[in-house]
Write a protein that binds this ligand. Structure first.
Ligand code: GDP
Length: 255
């Protein structure tokens, strides 16, 4: 064989092998990249306790996120979607627990921080806007929610759920106005986005945010979600990851 050809063939195989290695390297970093910038990984989500008042809630040692909205807004479905567990929020929907502060403890691993496990509380608050509710029950609900939101020291953020199929509702706007009055940080989650045409969802979201600009200086963070399509999940969990990391930092600095 002519030496030049042999060398060429050797070079060809070397080049081929090098290309394979580069491809494999890119494939693994690409996969890693996706994983890193994806939301947190939920390791465990368990129902903890239902409390009739803020002073009966678990020790406030973990970052806490409360979910609230009109009844039937899709709160249970959203909580289940976030926690990858179709039966989780049902626990707090059983009779006797619907008017309580329902705590779940979540163990997750952040893929953007230190990869350590973080435990946090997810709180399912009773929905507002029940048509058939006595005035005294409504007052009790209002008092319990107000006390909880004002006094819960580890409460990092409230997520206000708003049905994306409807134009802005007074009940939701009034509740947001109260959160501002009590200086409670919150974000908005528009739900059931799959149930309406995208153009209508966009219009409703836009007009809701436009209404908010009339009552507050800055727009809160907002997410458009669908529990059926698993849409918006990572973005909500990303925000929680970010806040969890801030909470850890603050607690560390306070020591
Ligand atoms: P909650 O009363 O606020 O806890 O609301 P649920 O989670 O029980 O949801 C009320 C109804 O809306 C149920 O029939 C759900 O199946 C439905 N639902 C909730 N979220 C979605 C969603 O994202 N898409 C669709 N198509 N239906 C939803």
């Amino acid at each position: 064989m002519i030496p030049g050809i042999r060398n060429n063939r050797k070079n060809y195989f070397l080049g081929y092998a090098a290309m394979k290695i580069v491809k494999l390297f890119y494939a693994s970093t690409y996969k890693f990249h996706i994983n890193v910038y994806c939301a947190m990984h939920i390791k465990k989500a368990v129902y903890l306790i239902s409390s009739p008042s803020v002073d009966k809630c678990p020790t406030p040692n973990l970052p806490e996120y409360a979910f609230i909205g009109r009844s039937n807004v899709g709160k249970s479905s959203l909580i289940n979607m976030l926690c990858n567990n179709d039966k989780l929020a049902k626990t707090s929907n059983s009779p006797g627990k619907t008017q309580m502060i329902n705590h779940f403890e979540i163990a997750s691993v952040s893929k953007t921080g230190d990869f350590d496990q973080t435990n946090w509380y997810l709180v399912d608050l009773p929905g507002y806007g029940f048509a058939k509710i006595s005035l005294s029950s409504r007052r009790r609900w209002e008092q319990m929610i107000e006390n909880y939101l004002k006094k819960r020291e580890n409460l990092v953020s409230v997520f206000v759920l708003v049905d994306a199929r409807h134009s802005p509702q007074k009940l939701d706007l009034d509740f947001i106005q109260k959160l501002d009055l009590w200086e409670v940080p919150f974000a908005i989650i528009f739900t059931k986005a799959d149930k309406e045409k995208q153009a209508i969802v966009s219009k409703n979201v836009k007009s809701f945010l436009e209404r908010l600009t009339r009552i507050r200086q800055f727009l809160p963070q907002h997410f458009v979600t669908s529990a059926v399509k698993k849409m918006g999940k990572n973005k909500v969990l990303d925000l929680i990851t970010e806040r969890n990391n801030e909470f850890k930092e603050q607690r560390k600095n306070a020591k």
